[in-house]
Design a protein around this ligand. Structure first.
Ligand code: ACO
Length: 401
């Protein structure tokens, strides 16, 4: 029961909204989603146009600054990001402290949080220039930390960023052995990766971005706030879904087993769900999934990959889209359904899939963090609860329990 006299004075009402399905926690001018129409806009620009014409770094500028950059603004931005790609030499000690087979998301979250211990010149949140520099650092260093986590996990020496390369090719260079690795500098590969970063860059108040804002609302520093976002992204109901999709497709194995998997997903006594299907906001086709679907075929064709998992994926999509259970609940493939297949074709190991998502989403996390810090209405996030526990009672001494 709710004590009416204790309702918050300013609103006069108290809502119980588990999962925040109908509660706005902030105002934001960054990203707009119309889940019924399948529309996604970054700062007003349709995702389809950005996917076709823009680049990830330009999109990052747009999300952070609100407008597309002029050529001179972009060049200065790219130069600054490039300048901050190195990680502090002592960060290597952090990596060396991890068990060799640690999950790269664990390493990414830990080392991102540790940046606050290295860059004291960006911890004064009252100073807009320090805030901006912290955002640039996070954007610049995330691929370096991600590639270092991967190389550490396979026992290879960590590579320095090669700053005569662009954002995506620099990441590929840090990840893979050259020249034996043919992926680097392949324009289709670079475009596919850039596209995935664009599509993952922001998605308004998803769980990880809301986490960044919740932590940011306390006045915690940007590195700690983004590290918290990384941990929220890790879960299979959020960014971890791309890893889970690949595991699921591998478990299904062949197209003839798809119908049995669909039947399991519909069975309410079975916890199995079709990973990569459904979305909290999209009750129509996820516009990002449409773009990725096309790119998947292009990448596999270009690289000459004949992946049996793609046959399973296509059969699964076809079966689910025809099935009443999925149609009635509006469960369409989401962005993560195809991204894993592209990552696999690019020889990025499964444990790195969510890390790849984190690189792209960093643009959105820092944009939201910057917006929040400038918001005069920002106050500490502090949800309420409906208490379901015991009424007041007296302590019972140990010998009487
Ligand atoms: N497979 C089978 N059934 C599903 C699935 C699925 N993937 N997703 C939802 N349902 C069913 C639910 O069982 C429920 O059925 P009911 O009404 O009979 O009880 C109904 O559809 C509604 O599902 P909810 O869980 O209430 O929807 P919610 O909005 O809370 O969840 C979520 C959205 C978490 C994405 C969910 O669809 C899911 O778990 N999908 C699989 C994981 C996934 O792909 N996550 C990535 C999300 S996208 C991203 O983070 C970038």
């Amino acid at each position: 029961c709710i004590d009416i006299a204790r309702l918050p004075k300013e609103t006069g009402c108290f809502t119980y909204d588990p999962g925040f399905t109908a509660t706005a926690s902030c105002k934001s001018a960054i990203t707009y989603i119309d889940g019924d129409a399948g529309v996604l806009l970054y700062r007003g620009y349709p995702i389809e146009q950005l996917a076709e014409k823009s680049s990830f770094l330009e999109v990052a500028y747009l999300l952070m600054n609100g407008e597309l950059p002029t050529p001179a603004e972009f060049s200065a931005f790219e130069h600054e990001v490039t300048h901050h790609t190195m990680m502090h030499e002592r960060l290597k000690n952090f990596f060396q402290g991890f068990q060799y087979d640690a999950h790269p998301m664990a390493m990414l979250a830990g080392t991102t949080a540790s940046l606050s211990a290295f860059y004291h010149d960006t911890l004064d949140l009252e100073d807009p220039e320090q805030r901006r520099l912290a955002a640039i650092r996070l954007l610049a260093k995330m691929p370096t930390l991600a590639a270092a986590a991967y190389r550490y996990s396979i026992g290879w020496p960590i590579r320095f960023p090669r700053n005569n390369l662009d954002y995506v090719n620099r990441f590929l260079h840090m990840m893979f052995e050259v020249p034996s690795e043919p992926l680097e500098m392949n324009p289709v590969v670079a475009k596919a990766l850039d596209l995935l970063f664009i599509l993952h860059a922001d998605h308004e108040q998803n769980a990880s971005t809301s986490t960044v804002r919740l932590v940011g609302s306390t006045g915690a520093n940007p590195y700690a706030s983004v590290a918290a976002g990384i941990t929220a992204l890790w879960g299979p109901a959020h960014g971890g879904a791309n890893e889970a999709v690949l595991k699921m497709l591998a478990e299904i194995g062949t197209p003839d087993k798809v119908d049995a998997a669909v039947a399991r997903a519909k069975d309410k006594n079975d916890s199995f769900r079709l990973m990569g299907f459904g979305h909290r906001v999209y009750k129509n086709f996820d516009p990002r999934a449409k773009i990725i679907r096309e790119m998947t075929h292009k990448v596999l064709g270009e690289l000459g990959v004949n992946d049996p998992l793609l046959d399973v994926a296509l059969k699964l999509e076809e079966a689910a889209l025809k099935d009443d259970y999925f149609v009635q609940r509006k469960l369409y493939p989401n962005v993560d359904f195809y991204s894993g297949i592209i990552y696999k074709a690019l020889k990025i190991p499964t444990e790195m899939f969510t890390v790849m998502f984190a690189i792209g989403r960093t643009a959105g996390w820092v944009a939201h963090w910057l917006e929040q810090q400038e918001d005069p209405e920002n106050k500490i996030g502090r949800p309420r609860q409906i208490y379901t526990g015991s009424a007041s009672r007296d302590y019972v001494d140990a010998d009487k329990r």
